[in-house]
Write a protein that binds this ligand. Structure first.
Ligand SMILES: NC(=O)c1ccc[n+]([C@@H]2O[C@H](COP(=O)([O-])OP(=O)(O)OC[C@H]3O[C@@H](n4cnc5c(N)ncnc54)[C@H](OP(=O)(O)O)[C@@H]3O)[C@@H](O)[C@H]2O)c1
Length: 262
């Protein structure tokens, strides 16, 4: 049974892996036996601290690569650095993302563009830039894996988070299209759509657990809790090990039932 979920020897890339969901998945991959997990972020300090912490925690190595993925130059720079370091990549998790929101009247083109650039354009073009490395060791029996991170926001209608929820809905639409495009390359493409998770992005909502709005939120979520490290690490490891090799073009809702209660 253990080998079903083993990631022994795999080389993985997790964008935005310095904090939150990315760091949870990176840690899960290392604990499942991954040889190397590259994490990326803009803040070099946080990146170095997380890479050191995760490397100390498991057998494999966690390596930070700093850069801004909101720009295509940043995407190309990351791909070039990875090509210098590795001859192949088994797993790419396009996780780095930005949450924006506010009244429609205040929505600026700047905010719209930076949300779309980081959440939608960069994951697509990073996948394209890393395609040769992803194809290198991919086989019918053990395809390489690409994971996008969507959000429960893609399944709900909000008046205040238009750019964010539209970017995530587009990610979900992109997922099966890319899965079909990369099928003959033996690369699977799936998305995870998390509900509310503990991370830096949501810190304002959960850091005071006594806050009435947080308690009300927990009441509204059918699972009555936020998601944590094991919740997303477990699903990501499943998708990237033997267990998940037959999934492609899927969006896995990981939200404790959040989207069911509108
Ligand atoms: N937390 C939730 O409840 C939740 C729910 C649904 C979906 N998600 C999605 O999960 C993903 C991870 O978010 P999170 O909640 O874990 O947030 P987080 O803790 O704020 O992590 C975001 C990560 O992305 C990096 N990042 C941000 N902007 C970047 C940029 N321009 N270039 C490169 N890296 C950048 C951050 O590092 P730097 O700031 O140092 O660059 C950090 O490593 C996002 O796609 C988010 O939309 C989260």
């Amino acid at each position: 049974m253990d080998s079903l979920f083993s990631m022994a020897g795999k080389v993985c890339v997790v964008t935005g892996g310095s904090t939150g969901l990315g760091s949870y998945m990176a840690q899960g991959f290392l604990q499942a036996g991954a040889a190397r997990v590259y994490i990326t972020a803009r803040s070099t300090e946080t990146l170095a601290a997380t890479a050191a912490e995760l490397s100390a925690d498991a057998g494999g190595e966690c390596i930070g690569i700093a850069g801004d993925l909101a720009t295509l130059e940043g995407v190309q720079a990351l791909a070039a650095t990875l090509a210098e370091k590795e001859t192949h990549i088994d797993v790419l998790v396009n996780n780095a993302g930005l949450g924006t929101g506010g009244p429609f009247a205040d929505l600026s083109a700047y905010d719209w563009d930076r949300t779309m650039d980081l959440n939608l354009r960069s994951p697509l073009f990073l996948t394209q830039a890393l395609l040769e490395l992803l194809k290198r060791r991919a086989t019918v029996a053990d395809p390489s894996r690409v994971i996008f991170i969507s959000s429960v926001a893609a399944s709900e209608i909000y008046a205040h988070v238009m750019a964010y929820s539209t970017s995530k809905k587009a990610v979900e639409h992109l997922t099966p299209q890319l899965a079909l495009a990369l099928a003959d390359d033996q690369v699977t493409v799936n998305a995870i759509a998390p509900g509310r998770f503990y991370s830096e992005m949501t810190r304002g909502a959960w850091q005071d657990p006594e806050k009435e709005s947080f308690k009300a939120e927990l009441q509204r979520i059918p699972a009555h809790r936020y998601g944590g490290r094991e919740d997303i690490a477990g699903v990501a490891v499943m998708l990237c090990s033997r267990a998940g090799a037959y999934f492609t073009g899927e969006v896995l809702n990981l939200d404790g039932g959040h989207r069911l209660r509108r």
